[in-house]
Design a protein around this ligand. Structure first.
Ligand code: SAH
Length: 241
């Protein structure tokens, strides 16, 4: 065969392979979008998630991109998943419930303790103006920063450090969400919410005990707290343990 002809055939072959890979990826995304819809319907709306901003965010964020390839198929199932370093990404319902408890309107500044995979940070970033997120493992923080940047989020700031101390530099926050469990509410977090209307959603309890998901509110400088449900989170490490 003449050289130019071989060259043209190779170009056509590469072109066809690229198109078919692209089609496969689009089909895959379509399937994940369907799973996301049924997750919202069957795991969130069917329970007590009614905040339309939360439902919309859960419908939008591609949860399957926050877990390793080999467990992608389970990304939208009704349970937590491993994300490396012995850590987990919470069950979709718990992410939605905690976000709903923050009672967000859209213009808030929110601090998250425990970046992990970055999934909860993405859900928050869909709803509010600014998200600040602290993670104690550098590897997890860097990985989620890259992913969230690639996904186009521009309203999230990342810090590697012990979230027991919050992130003083940008305080006060309208709301703080903690996604690992300390055995008491860290006093620095209480100091870093707004005096009027600041709130914290946090699981509290020892490693071997059932933890309680708490909602804490500050009004006129006074603290009110209430228990919501029993939960099981990875322990807060660092200063707390
Ligand atoms: N919000 C995460 C879930 C994270 S699991 C997500 O959506 O994927 C809890 C995370 O808290 C883990 O990544 C763990 O490393 C982190 N963590 C534990 N103790 C911490 C501390 N003192 N400060 C900051 N992060 C902490």
């Amino acid at each position: 065969m003449r050289k130019p002809l071989v060259f043209i055939l190779i170009v056509i072959l590469v072109f066809c392979l690229t198109i078919s890979a692209q089609e496969q990826e689009e089909e895959g995304e379509e399937i994940f979008a369907q799973r996301r819809q049924s997750m919202v319907l069957n795991q969130l709306k069917s329970r007590d998630i009614v905040d339309s901003k939360v439902l919309q965010a859960m419908l939008t964020v591609p949860r399957h991109k926050f877990v390793d390839e080999h467990i992608r198929e389970s990304a939208y199932n009704d349970y937590p998943l491993a994300i490396g370093e012995g850590q987990t990404i919470s069950q979709p319902y718990i992410v939605a419930l905690m976000t709903q408890l923050l009672e967000l309107k859209g213009n808030e500044k929110v601090l998250e303790v425990g970046t992990g995979s970055g999934y909860q940070a993405a859900v928050l970033a869909e709803i509010v103006k600014e998200v600040y997120t602290v993670e104690i493992y550098e590897s997890l923080s860097k990985k989620s920063e890259k992913l969230l940047t690639d996904l186009g989020y521009r309203n999230i700031k990342f810090k590697v450090g012990d979230g027991y101390y919050g992130w003083e530099e940008y305080a006060p926050y309208d709301a703080i969400i903690v996604t690992c469990a300390p055995d008491h509410v860290p006093p620095p977090l209480l100091q870093q919410i707004k005096e009027d209307g600041g709130r914290i959603v946090i699981p509290v309890g020892g490693i071997w005990m059932v933890q309680t998901l708490m909602k804490i509110e500050k009004a006129g400088g006074q603290i009110k707290s209430k228990g919501i449900i029993g939960v099981r989170f990875v322990p807060m490490i660092g200063h707390n343990r």
